[in-house]
Design a protein around this ligand. Structure first.
Ligand SMILES: [Zn+2]
Length: 399
C-alpha cells in the first residue's frame, strides 16, 4: 500500500517535471541576476550576506555531514532494515513509516503541561515560571483545542502584539506529538517574550536563521527528561525513534536539500540551464550518497525535488539543519551544566532579538556554528541513539 501511494504521488509529479524544472530555472536566473548586479561572487554569498553568514559556514555543514554519513545515516538505514525485518536493501516506501507499531499513549493537556514544566526545570525558575503562566489556558496566551472553523497546526505569534504577550495557536489532540508541539511553540513564544521585553521595537524580531533554535532546544530538553523518567522499554524505544526521525528529517534530509540547492546554483552560474534530466540526475546521486550502499533507488526517487516548494526560496532549507543542531547543542549544555548554561543562553540569545548578527547571538549563547563542533556533537548523539535503540530493541524483541 505504501509503495502504491508513493508511486501514484510521484508519478503525478513526474508528468510535470519539465514545467517544474523550467520554473525553478527561472527562480535561479533571478538569483543570478541579483548576484551579477550587486557584484557578489556567487548566488550563495548573495543569499547569506543579509544575515552576515559566511559561505564557509554553509559549506562546513554539508562537508561535515558528508564526512560522517557512514557512521550515522548509513547505520540508521541498517537499523531500519533490521527492526522492520527487511532482508534486501531499504527502499523509499519503507523510509517514512514508523519502525515500531504505534505504542499509543494518550496525554491530557494538563498531563502534557505538567511534563513540560517538570522536564524544562533545568532552564531555571524564571523561564519555568513564564512557561507555567503562558501554558495556563486562563492566561490568554494560548488557544489549546481544535474547534469549529479553526485553522489546523500550531503557531506562535510574538511580534504583532509585542506590548501584550505572545499568542500561541494550538490544536492539542492528546498525542505525544502534541506534547512536543506545546514545548516547541513555547520555545518560540518565550523567545519573542524576551526579545520584545529587552530590545527596542527595531531589534525585537529575531531572524529566520535563529527561529528554530529555541523551539528545538525545548523539545530536546523535554525528550531527555522523558527518557530519564521512562521505565517501559516500548515507550523508551518510541522516544528514541522520535529523536532519530527528527534528526533524519530536519538535519540529514535538509542538508541533502541544501547540497542540491548549492550544486544546481553552481551549475547555473556556469551558464547552464536547469532541465528535468539534470535535476533528476543530481538528486538521484545525492539520495544514493546520503542513504548509502544498503538503500536501493526506486524509479521515482529522483523526482522528489519537484515536490519541495522550498527550492523556490533562496538558500533557506539549511536553516532547519543549523537550527536543530544549535538547539541540540544548547540543550546538552543546559542539561550538563544547569542554570549557568541556561542563563547564558537566555541572556545571550533569547534577550538579543536581532540586535547583533545571528551567528554572534548564537556564539553568545554557547554555540559556535563557524566550527564543526556543534555538528559533531549532534552527530554523536544520533550515533549513540542508534546504538541505544538497537541494544534495547534486541534485548526486548529479538531473544
Ligand atoms: Zn517552529
Amino acid at each position: 500500500m505504501r509503495r502504491q501511494a508513493s508511486d501514484a504521488f510521484f508519478t503525478t509529479f513526474r508528468q510535470y517535471e519539465n514545467t517544474l524544472a523550467a520554473t525553478l530555472d527561472g527562480v535561479v536566473k533571478s538569483h543570478l541576476l541579483t548576484k551579477e548586479l550587486r557584484g557578489y561572487d556567487s548566488c550563495l554569498e548573495a543569499a547569506l550576506k543579509g544575515d552576515n553568514i559566511s559561505t564557509a559556514t554553509y559549506r562546513m555543514l554539508i562537508d561535515t555531514i558528508n564526512a560522517n554519513l557512514a557512521r550515522t545515516m548509513h547505520k540508521y538505514v541498517d537499523l531500519r532494515r533490521k527492526v522492520m525485518g527487511i532482508e534486501g536493501p531499504l527502499t523509499f516506501p519503507n523510509l517514512y513509516n514508523p519502525m515500531l507499531e504505534d505504542v499509543e499513549v494518550a496525554y491530557t493537556y494538563e498531563q502534557g503541561r505538567d511534563l513540560i514544566l517538570k522536564g524544562l526545570a533545568p532552564m531555571g525558575k524564571e523561564y519555568v515560571g513564564l512557561l507555567a503562566k503562558g501554558t495556563d489556558p486562563a492566561s490568554g496566551w494560548i488557544d489549546v483545542f481544535p474547534n469549529q472553523a479553526k485553522r489546523t497546526g500550531a503557531y506562535s505569534s510574538g511580534i504583532v502584539a509585542r506590548d501584550i504577550h505572545p499568542f500561541v495557536l494550538h490544536n492539542f489532540d492528546n498525542t505525544l506529538d502534541a506534547v512536543f508541539t506545546t514545548a516547541h511553540e513555547f520555545g518560540h513564544a518565550l523567545h519573542s517574550y524576551y526579545s520584545s521585553k529587552y530590545q527596542p521595537p527595531v531589534y525585537s524580531d529575531y531572524t529566520t536563521f535563529l527561529a528554530e533554535v529555541a523551539s528545538t532546544c525545548n523539545e530536546e530538553v523535554l525528550l531527555s527528561y522523558m527518557l530519564k523518567q521512562e521505565k517501559d522499554p516500548e515507550r523508551i524505544l518510541m522516544l528514541l525513534n522520535e529523536r532519530l526521525e527528527k534528526i533524519r528529517l530536519t538535519i540529514f534530509r535538509q542538508t541533502l536539500f541544501a547540497e542540491f540547492e548549492l550544486r544546481y546554483h553552481e551549475y547555473a552560474e556556469g551558464d547552464e540551464t536547469l532541465t528535468a534530466d539534470y535535476l533528476n540526475g543530481l538528486y538521484k546521486e545525492l539520495i544514493q550518497k546520503y542513504y548509502g550502499p544498503n538503500y536501493e533507488l526506486g524509479p521515482n526517487d529522483e523526482v522528489e525535488w519537484a515536490f519541495i516548494p522550498h527550492f523556490n526560496y533562496n538558500f533557506y532549507v539549511f536553516t532547519y539543519a543549523t537550527g536543530l543542531t544549535s538547539g541540540i547543542s544548547l540543550a546538552q549544555q543546559i542539561m550538563a551544566k544547569g542554570e549557568p548554561a541556561a542563563t547564558r543562553y537566555i541572556d545571550g540569545m533569547l534577550k538579543g532579538g536581532s540586535s547583533a548578527p545571528p551567528l554572534t547571538l548564537l556564539k553568545n549563547a554557547g554555540v559556535d556554528l563557524e566550527t564543526s563542533a556543534p555538528i559533531l556533537t549532534m552527530l554523536d548523539l544520533f550515533e549513540k541513539t542508534i546504538a541505544d535503540f538497537d541494544a534495547l530493541w534486541t534485548k526486548t524483541y529479538a531473544q
